[in-house]
Design a protein around this ligand. Sequence first.
Ligand code: MG
Length: 203
Amino acid sequence: MKILAVGRNYAAHIEELNNERPESPVVFLKPDTAILRNNEPFYYPEFSKDIHFEVEILLKISKHGKYIQEKHASEYYQEIGIGIDFTARDLQQYAKEKGLPWALAKGFNNSAPISKFYSKDHFGEINNLNFGLEVDGEQRQQGNTCLMLFTFDQIIAYVSKFFTLKKGDIIFTGTPKGVGPIQVGNRLKAFIEDQTLMDFEVK
Ligand code: MG
């Protein structure tokens, strides 16, 4: 399986990082070794001093497809979840300055903690879902899927032109504002609407 991720999909987050608003989705990949499941702890890696959390809604691909039209895209995912796109912001900043890829900054081991997946109807209207992240009991990120620049269906249509989507693939759909650094000892809780779906520690 593969993990596709979309960057710069919420206007307020684009502003906080002083990025440009994209004309088409900004897409990158994480390898399957990035996945961290079952609320296992995240161990702070030695190669970065500035790991940031980015809470994001996940789509799980349920059907093989490429060149999927936007009007058919919703047939290709039946389940959603929540995840964190951990980012080594220092490595990413260096890569941006040098015009280098984000692979190391975004794809390192355990950089993709994910929740269990739930039917896309489970939480309510999929294009109007509140979600967010608490760090040590304090709410740090709060977003709503209605604020996405590119909708779930537009993301599927776009990425499937370049990458054949296969059953089990996961798409990270972008983070709302409020990203910030983690520290050893932090406890992270991610939620959709009023349901906590992830709860794990940084060690
Ligand atoms: Mg992200």
